[in-house]
Design a protein around this ligand. Structure first.
Ligand code: CO
Length: 211
C-alpha cells in the first residue's frame, strides 16, 4: 500500500467510526458552521489547531502559513480574516506561533532560500530588526529564536489590529479579541504572550478615523 492509499483507507475507517458513534454527525455538520474562533497558525505539521485545543470540526476556522504571518498585502489571509470576522462573526482571533519554528530560525540565518521563500522570510527579518537590541543580547541561537517566535506573534497580532477589518468590527461590534499564543512542541502547552481588545490603543498612524 502506498502512503497515499493509506491516507484514503484511514479516512474510510475514521468516517465509519464517527458514524457508528453518532449516526447524524455528518448530516448535522454539513448544515452548520458557527465557529467562535479564527486560528492563524504555522503550517508546521506538529501544530494541529484542533487537536491541541481539544476542539471538534465546526469549532475553529483555520488559516495556516509558514511562521503564522499576517501580511497586509496577502489576499489569502485577509480574505480569511474578512470572512471570519464579518460573516462567521468570530469573537476571538488567535495568532499561534510555536517554539522551535523552522521558518523563524531560517529568517535568522543569512542563507539564500531562493525566490519566494526569501520574500516570505523577509517579513520575519523585519520583525527581528524592530527588536534587534533585545534579541542580539541573547547569546544562544535557539533561545534567541524562541524569543523571536514570541515577538513575531505579538507583531502579527498588531498587524491584525492595523486592518480596517478589525478596526471596523471593534467600532461596531466590540469584538473580536485578538490573542497571541505560542505552542511548545516539547510540552504541548500553549503560552499566552500578547492580547489586544476593542479598547486597546493603536498607533495613530494606523488608525482609521472615518470607518
Ligand atoms: Co513554524
Amino acid at each position: 500500500m502506498t502512503p497515499i492509499e493509506k491516507l484514503l483507507l484511514e479516512n474510510k475507517a475514521w468516517a465509519a467510526e464517527v458514524k457508528a458513534d453518532d449516526p447524524g454527525y455528518f448530516e448535522r455538520l454539513s448544515h452548520l458552521q458557527t465557529p467562535q474562533f479564527l486560528w492563524i497558525g504555522c503550517s508546521d505539521s506538529r501544530v494541529p489547531a484542533d487537536k491541541i485545543t481539544g476542539t471538534q470540526p465546526g469549532e475553529i476556522f483555520v488559516h495556516r502559513n509558514i511562521a503564522n504571518l499576517v501580511i497586509h498585502t496577502d489576499v489569502n489571509v485577509l480574505s480569511v480574516l474578512d470572512y471570519a470576522v464579518n460573516h462567521l462573526k468570530v469573537n476571538h482571533v488567535i495568532v499561534c506561533g510555536h517554539y522551535g519554528c523552522g521558518g523563524v530560525k531560517a529568517a535568522m540565518t543569512n542563507h539564500d532560500f531562493k525566490y519566494v521563500l526569501n520574500m516570505w522570510l523577509r517579513n520575519i527579518k523585519d520583525v527581528y530588526r524592530l527588536y534587534s537590541d533585545e534579541l542580539d543580547a541573547i547569546p544562544d541561537f535557539d533561545q534567541r529564536a524562541d524569543r523571536l517566535v514570541e515577538l513575531n506573534v505579538k507583531e502579527q497580532v498588531m498587524h491584525l489590529a492595523k486592518t480596517s477589518i478589525i478596526q471596523r468590527a471593534w467600532k461596531n461590534d466590540q469584538r473580536p479579541i485578538l490573542h497571541g499564543w505560542v505552542y511548545g512542541l516539547k510540552d504541548g502547552l500553549l503560552n499566552s504572550v500578547f492580547e489586544m481588545d476593542p479598547k486597546s490603543k493603536l498607533d495613530p498612524l494606523y488608525t482609521y478615523d472615518d470607518l
